[in-house]
Design a protein around this ligand. Structure first.
Ligand SMILES: CC(C)=CCC/C(C)=C/CC/C(C)=C/COP(=O)(O)O
Length: 290
């Protein structure tokens, strides 16, 4: 029986790589010669076959952070890992907290996605949820505001509506910007059958419906004189609209939660930059042109 081929130290080569298995991973029969020429060019005292395999597997080595183990010297002690790898191996408390939050988010969103399809457990409520979806869509809100502006015959009314229009446009812009930057995919169980979307709407973070719901409801509560039951209804609409996004499977819970926060903050921006005939006379004069 032929004895196995050995390296410079006399250890059988088969311990790391079969010399004649023809495995594609090792280059097959043709690759063997290349492999052997590598062996013969190595310094004695190393097992270059193993060293080379280990080196190519090691993420540290892939970045070229330390020289080939044992190249021409005594067996190398493990070098300290570079800073970024140490951070990978020992994620910070914040990292662990974020990963846990993400896991809970995905799990909860999947659980709550009870109207994601017709065959889902609450599939029969899906048409109602889709009606709610339209009630928070950008197009009806933009068209409705423009229509009311065209019909408004008081300066005060026009001022409020002009600012509502500005809010809606600011919201569309900010949501599109964040969606484009974050690029979080919609949940896998979502059916992409939404009414009139923009290209960034294939992304889910943040929920545009949730931002609009929070922004518009805060706007209405601050600028319309409404009876208490109607005020409660406005808040309920915003909350149920946000919930329906998760139930329809359109969003994860964090998309909606951040959407509410963003919408709330957007109103603060609008309030701060409130447009009036004093600070933006051009807008108001232009609108009044026949
Ligand atoms: C003037 C202009 C660019 C109007 C576009 C209005 C429009 C298509 C808004 C998109 C509304 C939408 C489908 C948002 C997505 O909401 P998510 O809650 O699914 O993020």
């Amino acid at each position: 029986m032929p004895s196995p081929r050995r390296n410079a130290e006399g250890r059988p080569l088969a311990a790391c790589a079969p010399s004649s298995s023809g495995s594609p991973a090792h280059g097959g029969g043709g690759g063997r010669f290349e492999f052997q020429s590598l062996l013969s060019s190595r310094a004695p005292g190393t097992d270059p076959t193993c060293a080379r395999l280990r080196a190519s597997e090691s993420p540290v080595h892939r970045r070229g952070s330390f020289p080939l183990a044992g190249a021409g010297s005594s067996p190398a002690l493990p070098s300290p890992l570079p800073e970024e790898d140490r951070m990978d191996l020992n994620p910070s408390f914040l990292g662990i907290a974020l990963r846990s939050l993400l896991a809970i988010d995905l799990w909860l969103s999947k659980k709550l996605g009870v109207c994601a399809g017709e065959s889902s457990s609450w599939g029969s409520v899906r048409p109602l949820m889709k009606l709610l979806e339209i009630s928070g869509h950008g197009i009806p809100w933009l068209l409705g505001t423009l229509y009311c502006l065209s019909r408004s015959d008081s300066w005060a009314g026009r001022e409020v509506l002009m600012n509502l229009l500005f809010s809606l446009l600011l919201d569309l812009l900010l949501v599109a910007l964040i969606k484009g930057l974050v690029r979080r995919r919609r949940p896998a169980h979502n059916q992409m059958d939404m009414f009139f979307t923009l290209s960034v709407d294939k992304y889910s973070f943040p929920s545009g419906h949730a931002t609009r719901a929070a922004l518009v409801s805060r706007f209405i509560l601050n600028h319309l004189v409404l009876a208490i039951p109607l005020r409660v209804l406005v808040v309920l609409w915003a909350f149920i609209l946000g919930l329906s996004r998760v139930m329809l499977g359109r969003h994860n819970v964090t998309d909606v939660a951040f959407g509410f926060f963003l919408g709330y903050m957007q109103y603060s921006i609008v309030d701060y930059c409130w447009l009036s005939p004093h600070n933006a006379p051009v807008l108001f004069v232009l609108w009044n042109q026949p």
